[in-house]
Design a protein. Structure first.
Length: 286
């Protein structure tokens, strides 16, 4: 257990389904992640977050996103007020341990909202990779932003046209400490590849972004094990066929401005996760 840092809300875990998870171990080791095996599942622990690939013959890709919040009871009130259907998981019905929202109510991905622990396991451990964000393709950006604001307690940043979309889609970002949920939606009237994909496949996860320390060195290690990458500066993309059905975006390390509602609990401001940035004014307590 780290004694350095806990940021809430935060993107705690991502669960992916794929036919043969264990074949992905070499890929994630090349990226720089710590990899463990649990039965036929592959567990990737990175800087206090976790990615899990589970065996499935029913399709592949991201199936569940786990978010930790500082006040689960308040989240439940706001989720219900927003009209989002949710189920409670707990030994004591009066004191739920987590809130579950089905994919049909959360833009194509199952969501688990949990009470954050006082401190995050291994949050202070420096790793060459971290979980930055999950991007979701949505039909109605305003409606989706409202749902995810209720789920996370974070005010969305409505960005307008995404800066790297060539005018094809708009975006909203919900900052979760050092991470975020990104919602992307086609620009109305644009018959783009993105719009056609959304029409054919429906809403759901579009990509998972993993910043790395040395992008060129990482690409070299991937090439050494036969993984080709697609360059879209400043990013590098791993094709879903190589990454268990997930479009993985490797990026240089970036910093996100924390949302005004994000609570930061800091015991020491020396955690490697926080190098070169500060909390929002008034959001940190010693």
């Amino acid at each position: 257990m780290s004694d350095e840092l806990a940021l809430v809300p935060r993107l705690a875990d991502v669960v992916c389904a794929t036919q043969d998870p264990l074949t992905l171990a070499a890929l994630y080791q090349a990226i720089g992640a710590k990899v463990d095996v649990a039965g036929d599942s592959l567990i990737i622990d990175i800087a206090g977050s976790r990615i899990e690939y589970r065996s499935s013959d029913q399709g592949s890709g991201i199936v569940t996103v786990g978010v930790e919040v500082d006040d689960l009871a308040r989240r439940l009130v706001e989720i219900k007020a927003h009209g989002v259907a949710a189920s409670l998981m707990s030994v004591d019905v009066a004191d739920p341990d987590e809130i579950r929202i089905g994919a049909e109510h959360a833009n194509g991905v199952d969501v688990i909202v949990r009470q954050a622990p006082n401190m995050v396991d291994d949050a202070g451990a420096w790793t060459p990779i971290r979980l930055d964000h999950v991007a979701l393709a949505v039909q109605d950006l305003d409606a989706a932003a409202g749902v995810w604001a209720a789920l996370t307690g974070v005010r969305p940043n409505m960005m307008g046209v995404h800066p790297v979309s060539n005018g094809a889609f708009t975006a909203a970002r919900l900052s979760l400490g050092e991470q975020m949920i990104e919602l992307v939606s086609p620009v109305q009237g644009q018959d783009s590849t993105f719009a056609r994909r959304l029409r054919s496949k429906g809403e759901g996860p579009a990509a998972m972004a993993l910043p790395v320390d040395d992008l060129d060195a990482t690409v070299g290690r991937l090439a050494a094990i036969g993984i080709e990458v697609l360059r879209s500066d400043p990013h590098v993309m791993l094709h879903p066929s190589d990454a268990g059905g997930v479009l993985v975006q490797l990026t240089p390390r970036v910093e996100h401005e924390p949302a005004a509602t994000t609570a930061c609990k800091v015991q020491r401001a020396t955690s490697p996760l926080r190098r070169g940035r500060d909390c929002a004014p008034g959001s940190c307590v010693d």
